[in-house]
Write a protein that binds this ligand. Structure first.
Ligand code: S3P
Length: 184
């Protein structure tokens, strides 16, 4: 694959819109987008939920690191999975890459609402689809408490996504990257 000279990484929780916003940024900047989860699914021939179930989370995380390493080599607009920052190896890859990393922030309420629109896709939230909205908000809140420090550590920029379209967020990211300094 030809390496792409415009590279940007999007991080943030499940439901923060990373995949959709990556495609939008890529479209606006005419570069490829790369979705780490989709690349894992293509490599394994199984959904993320099936990989978690059959291979386990540790194996999923190992695949995630390898796919992220390759995506950073290939370049483009990279959407990570929400848990990528939990792995030291991935935090190291992101920091050492020198590419801009953008944290897409959203409230637990927003994230839970979006996650519930795609039932069965987030094994760490609601593997068996049994949680109601309030329980999903609580679970997302717990996960954010553990992960927000990692998102903040890895990112140079933070963009709020609550109530906004992917197009609007993508445009803010592109405008901000033209200016020196952080955008939050
Ligand atoms: C995960 C997030 C998911 C996917 C997997 C684990 C996580 O990606 O990688 O279910 O640990 O937060 P999205 O953030 O794209 O949903």
């Amino acid at each position: 694959m030809t390496p792409c000279n415009k590279t940007l990484v999007l991080i943030g929780a499940m439901g923060s819109g990373k995949s959709h916003i990556a495609r939008e940024v890529a479209r606006l900047s005419c570069v490829p987008s790369r979705d780490i989860d989709a690349l894992i699914v293509a490599q394994c021939g199984q959904s993320v939920a099936a990989v978690f179930k059959e291979k386990g989370e540790a194996e999923f995380r190992a695949l995630e690191t390898e796919v992220l390493r390759q995506a950073l080599r290939d370049g483009g607009i990279i959407a990570t999975g929400g848990g990528a920052v939990t792995q030291e190896a991935n935090r190291h890859l992101l920091c050492a890459s020198g590419v801009p990393v953008v944290y897409l922030r959203a409230t637990p309420e927003t994230l839970a609402t979006r996650i519930r629109l795609q039932p069965g896709t987030r094994p760490l939230i609601d593997g068996d689809g049994a949680l109601n909205h309030e329980q999903t908000v609580a679970r997302v809140g717990e996960i954010l408490r553990q992960r927000v420090p990692h998102y903040e550590f890895c990112a140079q920029h933070t963009v709020d996504t609550d109530g906004r379209t992917p197009r609007d967020v993508a445009q803010e990211i592109l405008d901000a990257l033209k200016k020196p300094g952080p955008i939050d």
